[in-house]
Unconditional design. Sequence first.
Length: 261
Amino acid sequence: MSNDALLLSIVIPAYNEARRLPATLAAIRAYLDTQSYGAEVLVVDDGSSDGTAELAASYPGVEVLRLEHRGKGFAVRAGALAAQGSYVLLCDADLAVPIEEWPRFEARLRAGDAVVIGSREGVGATREGEPWYRHVMGRVFNYIIALVALRGISDTQCGFKAMPREVAHELFRRVRIYGDDAPVVQGAAVTAYDVELLFLARKLGYRISEVPVHWQYGTETKVNPVRDSLRNLRDVLKVRWNDLRGRYRTEVTPTHKMSVD
């Protein structure tokens, strides 16, 4: 299939996801089989040691990018830059937001929005199975994000995000925290790469919108409340520090005007 025939690239970062990935890939394949457009599925293996890459490669129509283990932010970036579809959809390996939400994101993109992000907090959003303390932690973290770097977005961390390919390539080429020089890490590394991505989108003047989604908490989540909260806080502070140092300067004038819905 030629690149021109591809409407959608689905990018799935995966670290030791041999247990959860089969159900996700099956659900995505079943959905895509009912669609008339071309799509590619990119599983970005973040240095897994459990056979994730081999398992993903066994599924027809799935491409696998094999990386050293540098964390989720680096894996998402690699997948987004490799994407060839007209639109790039980022989603988590557990498919916490069902793929059936995609048409609502596509509609926003076709209407001219440059970055469309899932929100677990908007009117109409639903959260299923989430422990109360995780919800509280998420709201506190979002308050810190708004205070330090990024106001006006209710949920920066939902893993379901979409953008046109040219926007994805522009943004991910500019990220600093999890760019080409990101170090090799040990263990699961959930990061706040989303904050830098959205900060850059706003700085470039791209129009950002939020879509309320149905989200299901994963019982096998790799999030460590203490370790990852500290890492994410560090990432948010780095975004502000990078901006103060002028590391996000740009002369690009995007065609998509800025707004947050």
